[in-house]
Design a protein around this ligand. Structure first.
Ligand code: ADP
Ligand code: MG
Length: 628
């Protein structure tokens, strides 16, 4: 006897749900898309317990007839397409006719709908696939779908759900992906009875972007537009200096739907090539309008991927749209001129000079944020004093600094303290004093390289690469020995982050603690920076750092784990905190850098594997000059 059976309907729906309903955010996506298809001008989303207890979506759209309530929750029933040919001419967000059925197979669903002309509304409840009766009730025109106890019927999935914060974060990101493409619709998102997003209808995409990602970013975006044969590319794209550490900042919409597409991505990458660091990603919001007959959207269960009729043409249009803009905008000029005024640039330059030349205390007093630091959390190192403090301020011991500056903070702006050495007869010398000859015989050229005389020739050092390696080793060692010093900020720094980044706080909590960074959720799309490694405190822009770190964790966190991920994070920390090419160095700093070079493990290469040092022996020189 045959063993193959047709599956019961409830099981078919549940299998379909497995494809498109992963978490509360997926439910929100499906319900909001239905509301848009119904012509809604206002859509309200309510979450309770991160969507676990309740997800409700209400709209003021066209509603459903009572007769349509049962088909609405039936598998493969839709009002949006009728025949084969329609599949290649999709004008709506939905068409598969399985979202409501899928959701109803894994949760308790209540559907309430009223057509604008009707006197009453009707409701239908579905529980574990069991349909109740269609009953009249009172409700305003439009549709409300309530989804309760998501995955109650599928405990395995329910277990995968994360904390409320994280789930709300995913919902918010999902909302962004829909709302950015539909600025003409008003949205409201409520979580635990608190409104987290109120997005007024607007004709302006830039406004929507500002609503989600802040004015600061929205303001600098450059508009692009290109009309082609059946393809219109419109967008708002960031100038190259606004790059990010993750590809998620590439928002591409096709006919109002968020998609991921390798042809478009490639074109974007190509357009920004050589304008941004190859390891960074641009920020773009691209809105493509393509004839529905020129694209197949029936490729992926959540429709996030598409198949183009002519992918090369689409690629070319996107590339051309961006390229035209970049050629037409003097980016370099903007880079220096637009973001910083002349005065400000001079101030920054002066601050940099101060940073390198003045004793710690003077420069700290000018920085209000640093004054707001609480004492460090761990006892400071008992290593050698930092070379600068000893040299520049003969009378100023740690006690002098303690009022305004925590003792450990001093290190942040100086070189890391020299490593502890075995006790010797003479008192511990500072690194600079230890290397008088090297310092005297070193010269900074082009504010980027150090040329140093050695016993048998010269070496040329890339100051950034070497400092990066030194900081990397320092961080690594301190972490291994559990003596990484952190500073608690009295006023936590609030950083606005993309909502789906909150997940990193949970999934990488251990790593963050390890590297001395304490971040707490501070709302649906912001985090509060509570502590920061002292070593980096004054060397990096903390908000930027947090953004890039969360990007890195989200991008690499899935592939890299443990040691490798830690390596990447330390790498990033070292790179950001190291002196840059173009930074002037004082003789003391050169001396300290050279002294540290001796001790840093593998100092001949930076953490990326590039060399830090080139050597030319006297022999090489003689050969070059044909002396022998
Ligand atoms: P699809 O959107 O692919 O058609 P769904 O399962 O999401 O499939 O919805 C089934 C049908 O229910 C839709 O085709 C539509 O007719 C109706 N429907 C769902 N949500 C709404 C809504 N908010 N307003 C009006 N009709 C709706
Ligand atoms: Mg749908």
């Amino acid at each position: 006897m045959g063993i193959i059976r047709t599956l019961p309907q409830s099981l078919i729906s549940r299998i379909a749900a497995g494809e498109c309903i992963e978490r509360p955010a997926s439910v929100v996506k499906e319900l909001v898309e239905n509301a848009l298809d119904a012509g809604a001008g206002r859509i309200e989303i309510t979450l309770r317990d991160g969507g676990r207890e309740l997800i409700a979506v209400s709209d003021d759209g066209g509603g459903m007839d009572p007769d349509d309530l049962v088909p609405a929750v039936t598998q493969h029933a839709t009002s949006k397409i009728r025949e084969d040919a329609d599949l290649f001419n999709i004008q709506s967000m939905g068409f598969r006719g399985e979202a409501l059925a899928s959701i109803a197979s894994v949760a308790r669903v209540r559907l309430v709908s009223r057509r604008p002309g009707a006197d009453v509304a009707h409701e239908l409840t579905v529980e574990a696939g069991e349909l109740g009766a269609v009953r009249p009730c009172t409700a305003p025109p439009g549709t409300t779908v309530e989804v309760r106890d998501l995955f109650y019927a599928v405990p395995a999935r329910r277990k995968f759900l994360r904390t409320n914060q994280t789930e709300v974060g995913h919902v918010t990101e999902q909302l962004a992906r829909i709302a950015l493409a539909h600025p003409e619709v008003e949205f409201l998102l409520r979580s635990q009875d608190r409104v987290t997003h109120r997005l007024a209808a607007t004709g302006d995409r830039r406004q929507r972007i500002a609503d989600f990602y802040g004015e600061e970013l929205a303001r600098v975006l450059l508009p692009v537009r290109r009309d082609g044969d059946g393809v219109v590319v419109e967008g708002l794209v960031a100038p190259p200096q606004e790059s990010r550490g993750s590809g998620k900042w590439e928002y591409v919409f096709l006919n109002g739907r968020y998609i991921r597409d390798r042809f478009v991505s490639h074109a974007v990458k190509e357009a920004y090539r050589s304008l941004i660091d190859p390891h960074r990603y641009p920020v773009v919001f691209l809105f493509l309008t393509v004839r529905p007959t020129d694209v197949d959207v029936n490729v992926h269960p959540t429709k996030i991927e598409v198949r183009w009729r002519d992918s090369n043409y689409v690629h070319g249009q996107v590339l051309a749209a961006l390229r035209e803009k970049f050629l037409g905008t003097r980016l370099e000029h903007r880079l220096q001129g637009a973001s910083l005024g002349d005065d400000e640039r001079e101030r920054v330059r002066q601050a940099m000079v101060d940073f390198f030349t003045h004793p710690p205390r003077t420069s700290y007093e000018g920085r209000p944020r640093v004054g707001a630091m609480a004492p460090p959390q761990h006892a400071p190192d008992v290593g050698a004093p930092s070379p600068q403090a000893t040299q520049d301020q003969p009378g100023a011991g740690p006690a002098d600094n303690s009022a305004a500056v925590a003792p450990g903070a001093q290190e942040a702006r100086n070189w890391p303290a020299a490593p502890a050495r075995p006790p010797t007869a003479r008192p511990m010398p500072s690194a600079a004093l230890d290397m008088p000859t090297a310092a005297a015989r070193a010269l900074q050229v082009h504010r980027s390289y150090l040329v140093v005389e050695t016993d048998d020739g010269v070496m040329i050092i890339d100051q950034h690469a070497l400092h990066e390696r030194i900081l990397y080793e320092e961080l690594r060692q301190r972490i291994a020995e559990r003596r990484l010093e952190t500073q608690r900020l009295l006023l936590p720094e609030i950083v606005r982050v993309p909502p789906d980044r909150l997940e990193a706080l949970e999934s990488h909590a251990e790593l963050l603690a390890q590297v001395g960074i304490e971040l707490t959720a501070a709302g649906p799309q912001s985090v509060a920076l509570q502590s920061f490694p002292t070593l980096l405190l004054e060397r990096v822009d903390q908000s930027r750092f947090v953004l890039d770190l969360l990007d890195l964790l989200a991008e690499q966190g899935r592939r890299a784990t443990g040691e490798l991920l830690l390596h990447r994070v330390l790498d990033m920390m070292a790179c950001k905190a190291a002196v840059k090419a173009g930074d002037p160095l004082t003789p003391d700093e050169i001396a300290a850098l050279l002294a540290r070079r001796e001790h840093a493990e593998r100092s001949s290469h930076c953490p990326h594997g590039r060399p830090t040092t080139l050597r030319l022996s006297l022999r090489d020189l003689e050969r070059q000059f044909h002396r022998r």
